[in-house]
Design a protein around this ligand. Structure first.
Ligand SMILES: Cc1ncc(COP(=O)(O)O)c(C=O)c1O
Length: 399
């Protein structure tokens, strides 16, 4: 159809009668409605679509999220990075942002390769599967996340059994591990892997003594055993000790760390290790349905977190000390040592549930990890002012 005819047709449609009146009546009010919509409504809608409705960018400062310790300006910048991420199909290894994140993680940890995974649990379970055979045994600490909070997946998915060993702060010593290693007798399950956790979540966020970990790695390797690190919060350990994550994780056969949690990305964890380990891990990730497509939008948050959110973990540790100081002064509280961003305490009279309800009313989220045992965690969204007000709330409820 020639252009002229097309234009004429379009005009005819617009000028067609509307409930008996012409839509554009140049002489009446309808003309002004039409002009108004052209000048205000249409540009306004276009502006909202382009800028106001981008996923995740917070425009309203009065959102209820702020009251529960969110930090919209910081989250806004991170989400901007996500919105602008260059993407490709990561199942084919073609997502440039994922590739950049993996290369950066490998570089930071001084390893050959890294793999982006949706969660810490998946990262740990992939590592277990790669390191073991069905029927093997895995030595780990009794309160470790892998043993307690990953739904027996080591048995369900890898067909291995755990050999949990108790400890006071979540750190095993070689002297405890060695007697638990199965003799090489054919009718025993064979010990294949040792898993350590640094920092230890449910025993208070303490930093694994480096010399203890190094001794375990060395002796385990002499015995032909692999050692995996659940380093969900390894950056907290690095900031607390002033050592690099590379130094803290040297010698481990694989390391999982989280981009979420303290680093502040909304989703995602990483596995780092040798190229061979990562290639096998990629296959297992796919088995678990963890092969994602244009996942660069999530990787962009991880890259942003690695570049901008590491040094600031020191603020979380300071804020945890504010809470610790308040808790130490409350007679019914028995506070466990606080080294990083996790604060765990036991209550003498009040139940954990009672305290949690009272704190929630004041906008503070806490976790019951026993009938009278409570965990508080400081992170990117908790400012110093928030920590001070949480300390006041704890005194008010328990004091
Ligand atoms: C020590 C440790 N490992 C692994 C995980 C699992 O991470 P995700 O929640 O991303 O699966 C957690 C989660 O809290 C953790 O604390």
């Amino acid at each position: 159809m020639p252009v002229k005819t097309y234009v004429r047709l379009a005009v005819r449609v617009r000028l067609s009668p509307h409930r008996g009146k012409p839509l554009i009546d140049v002489s009446g009010k309808r003309y002004w409605y039409f002009l108004f919509s052209l000048l205000i409504i249409i540009p306004g809608t276009v502006y909202l679509i382009l800028f106001g409705l981008r996923p995740g960018i917070e425009f309203s400062s009065g959102s209820s999220l702020m009251l529960t310790f969110q930090n919209p300006p910081e989250q806004g910048v991170l989400r901007q990075a996500m919105a602008e991420a260059e993407v490709g199909d990561d199942v084919f290894g073609e997502d440039p942002t994922v590739n950049r994140l993996q290369a950066r993680a490998a570089e930071i940890f001084g390893r050959e390769a890294a793999l982006f995974v949706p969660s810490g649990v998946m990262g740990n379970q992939i590592a277990l599967r790669v390191h073991t055979q069905p029927g093997d045994e895995v030595i780990l600490e009794e309160a470790s996340h892998i043993f307690n909070s990953e739904m027996a997946m080591m048995a369900a998915f890898s067909g291995v059994i755990p050999r949990p060993i108790p400890s006071e702060r979540g750190w095993l010593r070689w002297e405890q591990i060695e007697p638990a290693i199965r003799p090489k007798v054919y009718y025993y399950a064979q010990t294949r892997l040792i898993c350590l956790e640094n920092t230890h979540n449910f025993k208070g966020g303490g930093v694994y003594p480096l010399e203890w970990a190094r001794e375990i790695i060395e002796k385990a390797h002499e015995r032909g055993l692999a050692v995996h690190l659940d380093g969900a919060r390894i950056f907290n350990a690095a900031v607390a000790t002033g050592r690099s994550v590379k130094e803290l994780t040297e010698g481990f056969d694989s390391v999982m760390f989280c981009l979420s949690k303290g680093l502040g990305a909304p989703v995602g964890s990483m596995l780092v290790g040798s190229s061979e380990f990562i290639e096998r891990a990629r296959r297992v990730r796919k088995m678990l349905g963890g092969g994602m497509r244009q996942v660069g939008i999530l990787a962009a948050a991880g890259l942003y977190a690695l570049e901008h959110h590491i040094e600031r973990l020191a603020e979380d540790h300071e804020n945890a000390q504010i809470l610790a100081k308040a808790l130490k002064e409350i007679p019914e509280v028995r506070l466990e040592p606080v080294e990083t961003n996790i604060v765990i305490f036991e209550l003498a009279k009040t139940s954990a549930e009672q305290l949690i309800v009272e704190l929630k009313k004041r906008g503070i989220l806490a976790l019951a990890i026993g009938p009278r045992r409570v965990r508080l965690v400081t992170h990117l969204d908790v400012s110093r002012a928030d920590a001070l007000s949480a300390a006041r709330a704890l005194r008010e409820v328990l004091g």
